[in-house]
Write a protein that binds this ligand. Structure first.
Ligand code: ATP
Ligand code: MG
Length: 237
């Protein structure tokens, strides 16, 4: 199914953050959304999810408009969202956290295969080892994996992931990247927001570069790597 964002604008109070965002994710793709701090990447994901209301533009999923709907409705259409802050339930065990992800999506038609605890634990062996532990006792990387896994329990066809490797050690970063690759191979399309350009471009087939609330460049991962001027102006610090 084609996911398409066209001309989307958004505000926080009176300050305009998104100035007409256009992007697409096709079935089976991993697409990177890149850009410096504060350009509007997270706001783009929040607007797609209906957490921030789009002021103009259209967001369609398989041709069906989703803008203006409530967040939980959008999620039930098969769009999973992994926010920047790992919002796990600290008092609940790993297994209970995962089951909450399922419960939140009850009644939703199954998307890309049905994720259950067994399948989750085969992709995330660390979570199997920690299944009885409370959320609070997990490391940052484990919490990130749990957040991704919990979202998968709702069987999304498209996953929006915001900075999954932020603040993680290089080895854990690699594990998270590998997990995203496996999830994608299992049939889930991914829109990936990443500050780390290398992580993002290694995973994604294509990407968009954002600056000041607009897409300023789009291309294959290789084209973005080779676009020296774009990289210098909009990506490198
Ligand atoms: N809740 C909010 N209220 C007001 N302004 C906000 C709010 N959240 C973000 N902003 C502002 O909107 C702009 C875009 O923020 P956003 O979080 O989308 O950027 P980002 O590209 O995700 O940045 P980062 O790489 O730092 O995560 C920034 O100027 C930010 O200060
Ligand atoms: Mg952000």
């Amino acid at each position: 199914m084609l996911f398409r964002v066209q001309g989307v604008t958004a505000f926080y109070d009176k300050s305009q953050i998104l100035h007409g965002v256009d992007l697409e994710v096709r079935s089976g793709e991993i697409v990177a959304l890149l850009g410096r701090n504060g350009v509007g990447k997270s706001t783009t994901l929040r607007t797609i999810m209906g957490i921030v209301k789009p002021a103009a533009g259209t967001i369609t999923w398989g041709g069906q408009p989703v803008q203006g709907r409530r967040s939980h409705r959008i999620a039930r259409l098969g769009i999973g969202y992994v926010p920047e802050d790992r919002a796990i339930f600290e008092r609940l065990s790993v297994t209970e956290n995962l089951l909450m992800g399922r419960r939140a999506m009850q009644g939703r038609e199954q998307g890309a295969g049905a994720w259950d605890l067994e399948r989750i634990y085969s992709v995330f062996p660390i979570l199997r080892d920690r299944q009885h532990q409370r959320g609070t006792t997990l490391s940052g990387g484990e919490q990130q994996m749990l957040t991704i896994a919990r979202t998968l329990m709702g069987n999304p066809s498209l996953l929006l992931v915001d900075e999954p490797t932020e603040g993680l050690a290089p080895l854990i970063r690699k594990m998270v990247a590998q997990i995203l690759r496996e999830i994608n191979q299992a049939g889930v399309s991914i829109l990936l927001v990443e500050q780390n350009m290398n992580v993002a471009l290694n995973l994604a087939q294509r990407g968009y570069v954002m600056a000041k609330g607009q897409i300023v460049f789009s291309g294959t991962s290789q084209e973005i790597r080779q676009a020296d001027d774009i990289r210098r102006r909009y990506l490198e610090v």
